[in-house]
Design a protein around this ligand. Structure first.
Ligand code: NCD
Ligand code: ZN
Length: 434
Protein backbone atom coordinates (compact mmCIF):
# COMPACT_ATOMS: atom_id res chain seq x y z
CA UNK A 1 0.00 0.00 0.00
CA UNK A 2 1.30 3.44 -0.83
CA UNK A 3 1.07 6.39 1.55
CA UNK A 4 -1.59 8.12 -0.56
CA UNK A 5 -4.26 5.49 0.02
CA UNK A 6 -7.45 6.71 1.63
CA UNK A 7 -9.78 4.68 3.82
CA UNK A 8 -13.29 6.03 4.30
CA UNK A 9 -14.84 4.35 7.33
CA UNK A 10 -18.49 3.74 8.03
CA UNK A 11 -20.07 5.52 5.06
CA UNK A 12 -23.38 4.89 3.28
CA UNK A 13 -23.14 4.44 -0.50
CA UNK A 14 -25.71 6.64 -2.28
CA UNK A 15 -27.16 7.37 1.16
CA UNK A 16 -28.66 3.91 1.51
CA UNK A 17 -28.00 0.51 3.05
CA UNK A 18 -25.67 -0.36 5.89
CA UNK A 19 -22.49 1.67 6.41
CA UNK A 20 -19.33 0.22 4.83
CA UNK A 21 -15.62 0.99 4.63
CA UNK A 22 -14.22 2.04 1.25
CA UNK A 23 -10.52 1.84 0.40
CA UNK A 24 -9.16 4.06 -2.38
CA UNK A 25 -5.78 3.06 -3.85
CA UNK A 26 -3.97 3.75 -7.12
CA UNK A 27 -6.76 6.01 -8.31
CA UNK A 28 -9.53 3.48 -7.97
CA UNK A 29 -11.89 1.92 -5.48
CA UNK A 30 -9.77 -0.99 -4.26
CA UNK A 31 -12.01 -2.57 -1.66
CA UNK A 32 -15.47 -2.19 -0.14
CA UNK A 33 -16.19 -4.10 3.07
CA UNK A 34 -16.74 -3.94 6.78
CA UNK A 35 -14.00 -3.45 9.30
CA UNK A 36 -11.31 -2.86 6.73
CA UNK A 37 -8.08 -2.19 8.58
CA UNK A 38 -5.28 -0.72 6.54
CA UNK A 39 -2.01 0.35 8.05
CA UNK A 40 -0.77 3.10 5.82
CA UNK A 41 -3.96 4.74 4.61
CA UNK A 42 -5.24 8.17 5.56
CA UNK A 43 -8.48 7.46 7.38
CA UNK A 44 -11.63 9.57 7.05
CA UNK A 45 -14.53 8.97 9.39
CA UNK A 46 -17.63 8.74 7.20
CA UNK A 47 -20.09 8.19 10.03
CA UNK A 48 -23.43 9.77 9.15
CA UNK A 49 -22.12 10.69 5.69
CA UNK A 50 -22.97 9.60 2.16
CA UNK A 51 -20.63 8.64 -0.69
CA UNK A 52 -21.62 9.57 -4.24
CA UNK A 53 -19.84 9.63 -7.60
CA UNK A 54 -18.08 13.00 -8.10
CA UNK A 55 -20.19 15.68 -9.72
CA UNK A 56 -19.82 16.70 -13.37
CA UNK A 57 -20.69 20.26 -14.45
CA UNK A 58 -21.48 20.69 -18.14
CA UNK A 59 -21.60 24.49 -17.84
CA UNK A 60 -18.93 26.50 -16.01
CA UNK A 61 -17.41 29.89 -16.81
CA UNK A 62 -13.81 30.09 -15.59
CA UNK A 63 -12.90 33.44 -17.25
CA UNK A 64 -9.32 32.43 -18.08
CA UNK A 65 -7.94 33.59 -20.45
CA UNK A 66 -8.98 37.24 -20.34
CA UNK A 67 -10.81 38.08 -17.13
CA UNK A 68 -8.51 36.64 -14.48
CA UNK A 69 -9.66 39.46 -12.19
CA UNK A 70 -13.00 37.62 -11.87
CA UNK A 71 -11.98 33.92 -11.91
CA UNK A 72 -9.01 31.82 -12.96
CA UNK A 73 -8.74 28.17 -13.83
CA UNK A 74 -7.11 27.82 -10.40
CA UNK A 75 -9.75 29.65 -8.33
CA UNK A 76 -12.58 28.07 -10.33
CA UNK A 77 -11.01 24.62 -9.87
CA UNK A 78 -10.92 25.20 -6.11
CA UNK A 79 -14.59 26.24 -6.14
CA UNK A 80 -15.41 23.14 -8.17
CA UNK A 81 -13.57 20.77 -5.81
CA UNK A 82 -15.28 22.39 -2.81
CA UNK A 83 -18.64 21.92 -4.53
CA UNK A 84 -17.98 18.19 -4.99
CA UNK A 85 -17.07 18.34 -8.68
CA UNK A 86 -14.49 16.06 -10.27
CA UNK A 87 -15.04 17.33 -13.84
CA UNK A 88 -16.21 20.67 -15.21
CA UNK A 89 -16.74 21.95 -18.74
CA UNK A 90 -15.33 25.45 -19.15
CA UNK A 91 -17.34 27.55 -21.59
CA UNK A 92 -15.72 29.13 -24.63
CA UNK A 93 -16.71 32.77 -24.02
CA UNK A 94 -13.28 33.77 -22.78
CA UNK A 95 -10.99 36.40 -24.25
CA UNK A 96 -9.61 35.26 -26.62
CA UNK A 97 -12.57 33.00 -27.36
CA UNK A 98 -11.88 29.27 -27.17
CA UNK A 99 -12.40 28.88 -30.91
CA UNK A 100 -8.96 27.41 -31.64
CA UNK A 101 -6.93 24.47 -30.46
CA UNK A 102 -4.35 26.85 -28.96
CA UNK A 103 -6.88 28.08 -26.41
CA UNK A 104 -8.65 24.78 -25.76
CA UNK A 105 -5.38 22.92 -25.21
CA UNK A 106 -4.14 25.67 -22.91
CA UNK A 107 -7.25 25.43 -20.73
CA UNK A 108 -6.97 21.66 -20.56
CA UNK A 109 -3.27 21.68 -19.67
CA UNK A 110 -3.67 24.39 -17.05
CA UNK A 111 -6.49 22.41 -15.44
CA UNK A 112 -4.34 19.29 -15.30
CA UNK A 113 -1.42 21.24 -13.85
CA UNK A 114 -3.62 22.53 -11.03
CA UNK A 115 -5.05 19.06 -10.55
CA UNK A 116 -8.12 19.89 -8.47
CA UNK A 117 -10.70 18.89 -11.08
CA UNK A 118 -10.60 17.76 -14.71
CA UNK A 119 -11.25 20.95 -16.68
CA UNK A 120 -12.64 20.12 -20.11
CA UNK A 121 -12.66 23.09 -22.45
CA UNK A 122 -15.82 23.65 -24.47
CA UNK A 123 -14.94 24.78 -27.99
CA UNK A 124 -16.79 27.57 -29.75
CA UNK A 125 -19.17 26.56 -32.53
CA UNK A 126 -18.46 29.70 -34.55
CA UNK A 127 -15.41 31.93 -34.93
CA UNK A 128 -15.39 34.57 -32.18
CA UNK A 129 -18.89 33.41 -31.08
CA UNK A 130 -20.14 35.66 -33.87
CA UNK A 131 -22.47 33.09 -35.38
CA UNK A 132 -21.22 33.58 -38.95
CA UNK A 133 -18.55 31.02 -39.69
CA UNK A 134 -17.98 27.59 -38.15
CA UNK A 135 -14.89 27.27 -35.95
CA UNK A 136 -12.40 24.50 -36.59
CA UNK A 137 -14.18 21.97 -34.45
CA UNK A 138 -12.26 19.03 -35.88
CA UNK A 139 -8.88 20.50 -34.91
CA UNK A 140 -10.06 21.22 -31.37
CA UNK A 141 -11.51 17.71 -31.08
CA UNK A 142 -8.20 16.22 -32.25
CA UNK A 143 -6.03 18.29 -29.86
CA UNK A 144 -4.65 17.34 -26.46
CA UNK A 145 -7.92 18.41 -24.83
CA UNK A 146 -9.98 16.16 -27.11
CA UNK A 147 -12.81 18.71 -27.11
CA UNK A 148 -16.14 16.88 -27.03
CA UNK A 149 -18.65 19.67 -26.42
CA UNK A 150 -19.02 22.79 -28.55
CA UNK A 151 -21.08 25.83 -27.64
CA UNK A 152 -21.31 29.55 -28.36
CA UNK A 153 -22.81 29.92 -24.87
CA UNK A 154 -23.46 33.49 -23.91
CA UNK A 155 -24.68 33.75 -27.50
CA UNK A 156 -27.18 31.66 -29.43
CA UNK A 157 -26.20 30.01 -32.69
CA UNK A 158 -29.16 31.89 -34.11
CA UNK A 159 -28.72 31.36 -37.85
CA UNK A 160 -30.60 28.14 -38.65
CA UNK A 161 -28.34 27.29 -41.56
CA UNK A 162 -25.18 27.65 -39.44
CA UNK A 163 -26.81 25.56 -36.69
CA UNK A 164 -27.78 22.92 -39.21
CA UNK A 165 -24.22 22.70 -40.53
CA UNK A 166 -22.80 22.67 -37.00
CA UNK A 167 -25.03 19.71 -36.09
CA UNK A 168 -24.03 17.82 -39.23
CA UNK A 169 -20.36 18.50 -38.67
CA UNK A 170 -20.63 17.58 -34.97
CA UNK A 171 -22.36 14.37 -35.87
CA UNK A 172 -19.54 13.29 -38.15
CA UNK A 173 -16.99 14.15 -35.44
CA UNK A 174 -18.95 12.40 -32.69
CA UNK A 175 -19.14 15.57 -30.58
CA UNK A 176 -22.03 17.45 -28.99
CA UNK A 177 -23.45 20.91 -29.69
CA UNK A 178 -24.79 22.68 -26.57
CA UNK A 179 -27.13 25.52 -27.45
CA UNK A 180 -27.76 28.73 -25.51
CA UNK A 181 -31.36 29.01 -26.72
CA UNK A 182 -32.15 32.68 -27.18
CA UNK A 183 -33.62 34.14 -30.36
CA UNK A 184 -31.76 37.46 -30.32
CA UNK A 185 -34.44 39.35 -32.28
CA UNK A 186 -36.82 38.72 -29.37
CA UNK A 187 -34.42 39.74 -26.60
CA UNK A 188 -32.96 42.96 -27.94
CA UNK A 189 -32.37 45.12 -24.85
CA UNK A 190 -34.08 42.61 -22.54
CA UNK A 191 -32.83 42.29 -18.97
CA UNK A 192 -35.56 40.40 -17.09
CA UNK A 193 -38.28 37.80 -17.65
CA UNK A 194 -41.15 39.32 -19.62
CA UNK A 195 -44.09 39.29 -17.23
CA UNK A 196 -45.98 41.32 -14.64
CA UNK A 197 -42.94 41.83 -12.41
CA UNK A 198 -40.71 43.28 -15.14
CA UNK A 199 -43.60 45.40 -16.42
CA UNK A 200 -44.19 46.91 -12.98
CA UNK A 201 -40.50 47.49 -12.34
CA UNK A 202 -39.94 49.03 -15.75
CA UNK A 203 -37.43 46.39 -16.89
CA UNK A 204 -37.33 45.35 -20.56
CA UNK A 205 -38.71 41.82 -20.94
CA UNK A 206 -37.12 38.60 -22.29
CA UNK A 207 -40.07 36.49 -23.44
CA UNK A 208 -40.25 32.75 -22.91
CA UNK A 209 -40.76 32.35 -26.65
CA UNK A 210 -37.20 33.56 -27.30
CA UNK A 211 -35.96 30.36 -25.65
CA UNK A 212 -38.75 28.04 -26.74
CA UNK A 213 -38.64 28.94 -30.44
CA UNK A 214 -34.95 27.96 -30.58
CA UNK A 215 -35.51 24.75 -28.59
CA UNK A 216 -38.26 23.74 -31.04
CA UNK A 217 -36.19 24.71 -34.08
CA UNK A 218 -33.08 22.90 -32.87
CA UNK A 219 -35.02 19.75 -32.03
CA UNK A 220 -36.17 19.66 -35.65
CA UNK A 221 -32.68 20.39 -36.98
CA UNK A 222 -31.21 17.63 -34.78
CA UNK A 223 -33.88 15.23 -36.00
CA UNK A 224 -33.08 15.92 -39.64
CA UNK A 225 -29.31 15.78 -39.12
CA UNK A 226 -29.61 12.60 -37.04
CA UNK A 227 -27.47 14.52 -34.55
CA UNK A 228 -27.50 15.09 -30.80
CA UNK A 229 -28.26 18.48 -29.34
CA UNK A 230 -28.03 19.67 -25.74
CA UNK A 231 -30.07 22.59 -24.39
CA UNK A 232 -28.23 24.82 -21.91
CA UNK A 233 -30.01 26.28 -18.87
CA UNK A 234 -33.65 25.40 -19.68
CA UNK A 235 -35.79 28.01 -17.95
CA UNK A 236 -39.44 27.78 -18.95
CA UNK A 237 -42.42 25.46 -18.58
CA UNK A 238 -42.83 25.62 -22.37
CA UNK A 239 -39.28 24.33 -22.89
CA UNK A 240 -40.20 21.37 -20.68
CA UNK A 241 -43.20 20.60 -22.92
CA UNK A 242 -41.04 20.84 -26.06
CA UNK A 243 -38.39 18.53 -24.57
CA UNK A 244 -41.10 16.02 -23.71
CA UNK A 245 -42.43 16.17 -27.25
CA UNK A 246 -38.99 15.90 -28.86
CA UNK A 247 -37.89 12.99 -26.68
CA UNK A 248 -41.21 11.29 -27.44
CA UNK A 249 -40.34 11.56 -31.15
CA UNK A 250 -37.02 9.83 -30.54
CA UNK A 251 -34.98 12.98 -31.16
CA UNK A 252 -31.53 12.93 -29.47
CA UNK A 253 -32.05 15.95 -27.29
CA UNK A 254 -30.82 16.46 -23.71
CA UNK A 255 -31.14 19.42 -21.36
CA UNK A 256 -29.76 20.90 -18.19
CA UNK A 257 -31.31 23.16 -15.57
CA UNK A 258 -29.39 25.45 -13.23
CA UNK A 259 -29.75 25.44 -9.44
CA UNK A 260 -30.90 29.08 -9.57
CA UNK A 261 -33.74 28.34 -11.99
CA UNK A 262 -34.88 25.52 -9.69
CA UNK A 263 -34.94 27.73 -6.59
CA UNK A 264 -35.38 31.38 -7.51
CA UNK A 265 -38.03 33.33 -9.42
CA UNK A 266 -38.54 36.86 -10.67
CA UNK A 267 -40.06 38.07 -7.40
CA UNK A 268 -36.40 38.51 -6.44
CA UNK A 269 -36.15 41.47 -8.82
CA UNK A 270 -38.18 43.79 -6.54
CA UNK A 271 -34.97 45.13 -4.98
CA UNK A 272 -33.38 45.87 -8.38
CA UNK A 273 -30.26 44.15 -7.03
CA UNK A 274 -28.30 43.14 -10.15
CA UNK A 275 -27.03 39.98 -8.42
CA UNK A 276 -30.34 38.58 -9.72
CA UNK A 277 -29.65 39.44 -13.33
CA UNK A 278 -28.90 36.28 -15.29
CA UNK A 279 -29.41 34.76 -18.73
CA UNK A 280 -31.87 33.26 -19.22
CA UNK A 281 -33.65 35.41 -16.63
CA UNK A 282 -35.24 34.15 -13.43
CA UNK A 283 -38.75 33.18 -14.54
CA UNK A 284 -42.02 32.82 -12.62
CA UNK A 285 -42.65 30.43 -9.74
CA UNK A 286 -44.74 28.23 -12.06
CA UNK A 287 -41.75 27.81 -14.38
CA UNK A 288 -39.49 26.83 -11.48
CA UNK A 289 -42.09 24.25 -10.38
CA UNK A 290 -42.26 22.81 -13.91
CA UNK A 291 -38.44 22.61 -14.07
CA UNK A 292 -38.27 20.75 -10.75
CA UNK A 293 -40.90 18.26 -11.90
CA UNK A 294 -39.11 17.80 -15.25
CA UNK A 295 -35.81 17.08 -13.48
CA UNK A 296 -37.57 14.54 -11.27
CA UNK A 297 -39.21 12.88 -14.31
CA UNK A 298 -36.03 12.79 -16.41
CA UNK A 299 -37.41 15.18 -19.05
CA UNK A 300 -34.54 17.42 -17.99
CA UNK A 301 -31.46 15.23 -17.72
CA UNK A 302 -29.14 17.01 -15.37
CA UNK A 303 -28.18 20.02 -13.28
CA UNK A 304 -25.46 22.32 -14.59
CA UNK A 305 -24.32 25.33 -12.59
CA UNK A 306 -23.78 28.04 -15.26
CA UNK A 307 -21.26 29.32 -12.69
CA UNK A 308 -20.74 32.87 -14.04
CA UNK A 309 -18.35 35.00 -11.97
CA UNK A 310 -18.47 38.76 -12.47
CA UNK A 311 -16.47 41.66 -11.04
CA UNK A 312 -18.05 43.94 -8.48
CA UNK A 313 -18.07 46.89 -10.88
CA UNK A 314 -20.00 44.78 -13.41
CA UNK A 315 -22.64 43.78 -10.84
CA UNK A 316 -22.94 46.62 -8.36
CA UNK A 317 -24.52 49.03 -10.81
CA UNK A 318 -27.96 49.71 -12.26
CA UNK A 319 -29.84 46.56 -13.21
CA UNK A 320 -29.84 47.13 -16.96
CA UNK A 321 -26.12 47.92 -17.05
CA UNK A 322 -25.03 44.88 -15.03
CA UNK A 323 -23.61 41.74 -16.61
CA UNK A 324 -25.80 38.67 -16.40
CA UNK A 325 -24.64 35.67 -14.38
CA UNK A 326 -24.32 34.20 -10.88
CA UNK A 327 -21.89 31.97 -8.99
CA UNK A 328 -22.96 28.36 -8.65
CA UNK A 329 -20.24 25.75 -8.09
CA UNK A 330 -20.01 25.83 -4.29
CA UNK A 331 -23.76 25.96 -3.64
CA UNK A 332 -25.16 23.59 -6.29
CA UNK A 333 -25.51 20.47 -4.13
CA UNK A 334 -27.24 22.37 -1.32
CA UNK A 335 -29.73 23.98 -3.72
CA UNK A 336 -30.52 20.62 -5.31
CA UNK A 337 -31.06 19.10 -1.87
CA UNK A 338 -33.34 21.96 -0.91
CA UNK A 339 -35.40 22.02 -4.11
CA UNK A 340 -35.45 18.31 -5.05
CA UNK A 341 -34.61 16.08 -2.09
CA UNK A 342 -36.47 17.86 0.69
CA UNK A 343 -39.80 17.98 -1.21
CA UNK A 344 -39.36 14.27 -2.13
CA UNK A 345 -38.83 14.80 -5.87
CA UNK A 346 -35.48 12.96 -5.84
CA UNK A 347 -33.67 10.68 -3.38
CA UNK A 348 -29.87 10.52 -3.02
CA UNK A 349 -29.67 7.96 -5.80
CA UNK A 350 -31.48 10.50 -7.98
CA UNK A 351 -29.08 13.25 -6.94
CA UNK A 352 -26.16 11.08 -8.09
CA UNK A 353 -27.97 10.69 -11.40
CA UNK A 354 -28.59 14.39 -12.12
CA UNK A 355 -25.31 15.78 -10.74
CA UNK A 356 -22.96 13.02 -11.90
CA UNK A 357 -24.13 10.06 -13.97
CA UNK A 358 -26.27 11.84 -16.54
CA UNK A 359 -23.89 14.73 -17.25
CA UNK A 360 -20.98 12.24 -17.53
CA UNK A 361 -22.98 10.23 -20.04
CA UNK A 362 -24.04 13.31 -22.04
CA UNK A 363 -20.39 14.40 -22.26
CA UNK A 364 -19.15 10.89 -23.00
CA UNK A 365 -16.75 10.76 -20.04
CA UNK A 366 -16.01 7.13 -19.26
CA UNK A 367 -14.22 7.76 -15.95
CA UNK A 368 -16.91 9.91 -14.31
CA UNK A 369 -20.37 9.13 -12.99
CA UNK A 370 -19.33 5.50 -12.54
CA UNK A 371 -20.86 3.00 -10.11
CA UNK A 372 -19.53 2.86 -6.55
CA UNK A 373 -17.88 -0.51 -7.03
CA UNK A 374 -14.47 -2.16 -6.73
CA UNK A 375 -12.20 -1.42 -9.70
CA UNK A 376 -14.00 1.80 -10.66
CA UNK A 377 -12.15 5.14 -10.82
CA UNK A 378 -12.14 6.91 -7.44
CA UNK A 379 -13.79 10.14 -8.58
CA UNK A 380 -16.03 10.61 -5.59
CA UNK A 381 -17.70 13.01 -3.22
CA UNK A 382 -18.44 12.62 0.46
CA UNK A 383 -21.48 14.52 1.68
CA UNK A 384 -22.83 15.39 5.11
CA UNK A 385 -26.61 15.25 4.53
CA UNK A 386 -27.66 16.50 7.96
CA UNK A 387 -25.66 19.67 8.34
CA UNK A 388 -26.63 23.16 7.26
CA UNK A 389 -24.50 26.20 6.49
CA UNK A 390 -24.91 29.87 5.81
CA UNK A 391 -23.58 31.21 2.54
CA UNK A 392 -21.07 34.05 2.85
CA UNK A 393 -19.63 35.31 -0.41
CA UNK A 394 -16.42 36.27 1.35
CA UNK A 395 -15.89 32.64 2.33
CA UNK A 396 -16.28 31.22 -1.17
CA UNK A 397 -13.19 30.21 -3.18
CA UNK A 398 -14.31 32.09 -6.29
CA UNK A 399 -12.56 35.39 -6.86
CA UNK A 400 -15.92 37.00 -7.69
CA UNK A 401 -18.58 37.38 -5.04
CA UNK A 402 -21.82 37.46 -7.06
CA UNK A 403 -23.78 34.78 -5.24
CA UNK A 404 -27.56 35.24 -5.06
CA UNK A 405 -27.61 33.05 -1.94
CA UNK A 406 -25.79 35.45 0.40
CA UNK A 407 -26.85 34.90 4.04
CA UNK A 408 -29.17 32.00 3.12
CA UNK A 409 -28.94 28.93 5.30
CA UNK A 410 -28.84 25.84 3.09
CA UNK A 411 -28.95 22.10 3.80
CA UNK A 412 -26.17 19.51 3.23
CA UNK A 413 -22.52 20.06 2.48
CA UNK A 414 -19.61 18.46 0.70
CA UNK A 415 -17.07 17.28 3.27
CA UNK A 416 -14.52 15.76 0.89
CA UNK A 417 -13.91 15.33 -2.84
CA UNK A 418 -11.62 12.74 -4.42
CA UNK A 419 -10.09 12.94 -7.90
CA UNK A 420 -8.54 9.60 -8.92
CA UNK A 421 -8.32 8.73 -5.25
CA UNK A 422 -6.57 11.94 -4.21
CA UNK A 423 -8.29 14.33 -1.79
CA UNK A 424 -9.00 17.62 -3.61
CA UNK A 425 -11.24 19.21 -0.98
CA UNK A 426 -11.75 18.49 2.67
CA UNK A 427 -13.73 20.30 5.37
CA UNK A 428 -14.11 23.47 3.34
CA UNK A 429 -10.56 23.69 1.99
CA UNK A 430 -9.32 22.85 -1.47
CA UNK A 431 -6.24 20.64 -1.34
CA UNK A 432 -3.64 21.12 -4.07
CA UNK A 433 -1.02 18.62 -5.15
CA UNK A 434 1.43 17.58 -2.44
C1 NCD B 1 -23.02 33.78 -18.75
C2 NCD B 1 -21.70 34.50 -18.59
O1 NCD B 1 -21.61 35.40 -17.76
O2 NCD B 1 -20.74 34.15 -19.27
N1 NCD B 1 -24.04 34.60 -18.19
C3 NCD B 1 -25.26 34.22 -17.77
O3 NCD B 1 -26.05 35.08 -17.38
N2 NCD B 1 -25.62 32.96 -17.75
C4 NCD B 1 -23.28 33.41 -20.15
C5 NCD B 1 -24.35 32.37 -20.34
O4 NCD B 1 -24.30 31.29 -19.72
O5 NCD B 1 -25.26 32.59 -21.12
ZN1 ZN C 1 -25.87 30.65 -21.68
Amino acid sequence: MSGSDVLIKNVRLYGAGDPVDVLLADGEIREIGTDLGVVDAETIDGTGQFLLPGFVDLHTHLREPGREDTETIESGSAAAALGGYTAVFAMANTSPVADSVVVTDHVWRRGQEIGLVDVYPVGAVTVGLRGKQLAEMGTMAAGAAGVRIFSDDGHCVYDPLIMRRALEYANSLGVLIAQHAEEPRLTDGAVAHEGPTAARLGLAGWPRAAEESIVARDALLARDAGARVHICHASTAGTVELLKWAKGQGISITAEVTPHHLLLDDSRLETYDAVNRVNPPLREASDAAALRQALADGVIDCVATDHAPHAEQDKCCEFAAARPGMLGLETALSIVVETMLEPGLLDWRGIARVLSENPARIAGLDDQGRPLAVGEPANLVLVDPDTSWTVRATELASISKNTPYEAMTLPARVTATFLRGRITARDGKAVGRP
